[in-house]
Design a protein around this ligand. Structure first.
Ligand SMILES: Nc1ncnc2c1ncn2[C@@H]1O[C@H](COP(=O)(O)OP(=O)(O)OP(=O)(O)O)[C@@H](O)[C@H]1O
Ligand SMILES: [Mg+2]
Length: 239
């Protein structure tokens, strides 16, 4: 269980996260949607301890964190039990896709698991190419596959389908569903409301650093707040 309570974060004196509480259970998929700049990525960085919150608390399985932390050098980081895939991928350009996938495993490769993930994401064809020799969507799949190599229990995904076409996105979604069924808790940050609606056990709508509305994906059909209604209408108009 990942439990975040009253998470607040200021950047350059501006309140970016304003008292966000959140919980994610094993096997659950929660989508976070919201306008650009609303704080989605900042929230993922906060709950993964990449950018520490200013206040609030976090519990990841048996590890408790209280913010502000007394001594940042003593933090017990939750990786790779919790793994984040960022919008920008952060793939090493000087390593092949294969080496990118296995780098963090430090030679400790579970070949069966490696083959399974590579098969799942249809990556055999471009495994031995460099990132600049594959398409954007293939790089995106590689970033996701690399995270899965670590066998995380919590997977935080920031716009991981943005470079994929509809068919690929749906394929990834069904893989994520089967990964969740194995007990992994997934946070799926996305601009694509139809994907969020399809995949989620729960949807959270964030605006200006606050949770404005949350519930099942039903809230995307019948929003209670004007703010979410407006957001959905604009998304519908754009397609
Ligand atoms: N390192 C930083 N320095 C200054 N401002 C920042 C920094 N990181 C984020 N911000 C600001 O915090 C706010 C939230 O940013 P964040 O990246 O969390 O938004 P987001 O919801 O992920 O947006 P998007 O959908 O465009 O990815 C924005 O106003 C952003 O400009
Ligand atoms: Mg973002």
């Amino acid at each position: 269980m990942l439990l975040a309570k009253n998470i607040k974060k200021k950047i350059d004196g501006r309140e970016i996260l304003k008292d966000i509480s959140f919980s994610l259970e094993s096997g659950q998929i929660i989508s976070i949607i919201g306008p650009s700049g609303s704080g989605k990525t900042t929230f993922l960085k906060a709950i993964s301890l990449i950018d520490l919150p200013d206040s609030g608390s976090l519990k990841i399985d048996n590890n408790d964190y209280q913010f502000p932390v007394a001594d940042a050098s003593k933090i017990k980081y939750p990786y790779p039990n919790l793994t984040v895939v960022f919008q920008q991928f952060f793939i090493w350009p000087h390593l092949t896709i294969r080496d990118n996938l296995t780098l963090a495993l430090r030679g400790n490769i579970d070949q069966k698991h490696f083959d399974e993930v590579v098969g799942l994401f249809q990556m055999t064809e471009f495994l031995d190419r460099y990132p600049n020799e594959v398409s954007l969507g293939q790089r995106q799949r590689a970033a996701l596959a690399r995270a899965l190599m670590l066998k995380p229990q919590y997977l935080l995904l920031d716009e991981v389908t943005s470079a994929l076409d509809i068919e690929q996105s749906h394929l990834i979604l069904s893989h994520l569903r089967s990964i969740a069924e194995k007990g992994v808790g997934i946070v799926f940050v996305s601009h694509a409301l139809h994907l969020a609606s399809k995949i989620s056990d729960k949807v959270i709508f964030i605006d200006e650093g606050k949770i404005v509305e949350e519930g099942t994906s039903e809230i995307l059909k019948n929003p209670k707040t004007d703010r979410l209604r407006k957001f959905i209408n604009i998304a519908d108009q754009i397609g």
